[in-house]
Write a protein that binds this ligand. Structure first.
Ligand SMILES: [Zn+2]
Length: 396
């Protein structure tokens, strides 16, 4: 089934250009471009980054986005994607696509699934239909989607799972990772493993060590950013990352506030995804050079300044806070569109700055500054997470 070459016969897809402490500036090569890391990937669960067109994403600097194999397989269904020749054509996006396997939905849709060692049965929250997802099927789905980066099917335990539960989920994650590797993907696609381990440092280390011995193209830190205290996120992520191979990309799943990014880049993480900027935008909050700005607040009703004085995006060049405030007040869709555009623009400029600081050896300065303007609340996306934590889960 697999036409995957053994690792010693494949050219390396990841190269570290320079370092600043543990932080790395790298280049990751995929079928749809070579991306500089550390990188932020906006989330497009339903084959769209909410309120952004693909050409706009491209124009403001997005190079790779995240989508979700499980959700796309359910709606619109793989036959529709096949008609288009893949997910790229379907959503008119010629950049990179990383697809999550469906493992996270075992966490977020916990009332709609049944897990065994063989796989997981999902009951569609839309119409009650069943899908039996196995590691092998997850690989087939992501092969059909044509994802540039394929994630293994994993079992993501709740962050408050006890030791036995976390241990079992981790063991299952390892077995499934092996099955994914054995089943194989398309030539040129990259396959990433996901380290689990719940809230337990020893399990996290063991998971990272175990997976590191296998022939994956990259490794993810899974099962964090689920609402746990920030200090715990960092401690557990560090336990995982410190056991991962140095020469492969490391991806922190589901975390992407400026603070989370800069703290994790500093311990050697290369890739991030989060609904943070887009979901905040839809709730009326802008990311700015001075921290978060709640544009809904009545003090902006007559404020003629741009969202962010230091931003040169199309929104900040043309619209006032007063106008966006008005749109939010009237529940106009354009408010979310303008803020989404600005917030993503902000994130891509922020990532450029992080990368530049690594090459100049000044990441510590950025870290200090971000620490001052972006105080971390509980977890990374937790405070936005629970605003509309609907049946589609966090990656919506
Ligand atoms: Zn702007």
């Amino acid at each position: 089934m697999s036409d995957r070459l053994p690792s010693n016969a494949r050219p390396s897809n990841f190269e570290i250009v320079c370092r600043d402490g543990l932080a790395r500036l790298g280049r990751l090569k995929t079928l749809h471009g070579t991306f500089e890391t550390p990188i932020f990937m906006p989330v497009g669960t339903n084959a769209n980054v909410k309120l952004m067109r693909s050409d706009e994403l491209r124009r403001i600097g997005a190079t790779i986005i995240l989508s979700n194999a499980y959700h796309i397989a359910v709606r619109p269904g793989l036959e529709v994607i096949q008609l288009h020749g893949g997910l790229h054509r379907f959503m008119a996006w010629d950049g990179g696509i990383l697809t999550d396997s469906g493992g996270f939905q075992m966490f977020s849709l916990k009332n709609f699934r049944k897990v065994s060692d063989e796989g997981v049965t999902f009951v569609s929250p839309y119409d009650g239909s069943k899908l039996f997802l196995t590691p092998e099927l997850s690989m087939d789905i992501q092969r059909t989607l044509g994802s540039d980066i394929v994630m293994v099917l994993d079992h993501c335990p709740a962050i408050d799972a006890d030791y036995k539960e976390a241990f079992d989920a981790t063991r299952r994650t390892h077995e499934w990772a092996e099955r994914c590797l054995k089943h194989g993907i398309k030539k040129g696609q990259l396959l990433f493993a996901i380290a689990q381990g719940g809230a337990f440092e020893d399990l996290r280390r063991a998971s990272a060590r175990h997976l590191s011995e296998k022939d994956f193209d990259g490794f993810a830190v899974g099962g964090l950013s689920l609402g746990e205290p920030f200090e715990m996120t960092l401690r557990l992520a560090h336990a995982t990352v410190s056991e991962l191979p140095d020469d492969k990309p490391r991806y922190f799943m589901g975390g992407g506030s400026p603070r989370t990014i800069v703290e994790l880049v500093a311990i050697g993480v290369d890739m991030f995804d989060s609904v943070y900027p887009t979901r905040l935008a839809r709730h009326g909050t802008a990311l700015t050079s001075e921290g978060r700005l709640n544009v809904k607040a009545s003090r902006y009703r007559k404020d003629l300044s741009p969202i962010d004085h230091r931003c040169d995006c199309l929104v900040c060049q043309n619209y006032t806070r007063s106008y966006v405030h008005h749109l939010l007040n009237r529940g106009e869709t354009l408010a979310g569109m303008l803020l989404t555009y600005h917030n993503l623009y902000y994130m891509f400029r922020f990532m450029e700055r992080v990368r530049k600081s690594i090459s100049e050896g000044t990441l510590e300065e950025v870290r200090r500054e971000v620490g001052e303007i972006y105080e971390e609340r509980r977890g990374d996306t937790a405070d936005v997470l629970f605003v509309d934590y609907d049946s589609l889960g966090r990656r919506g």
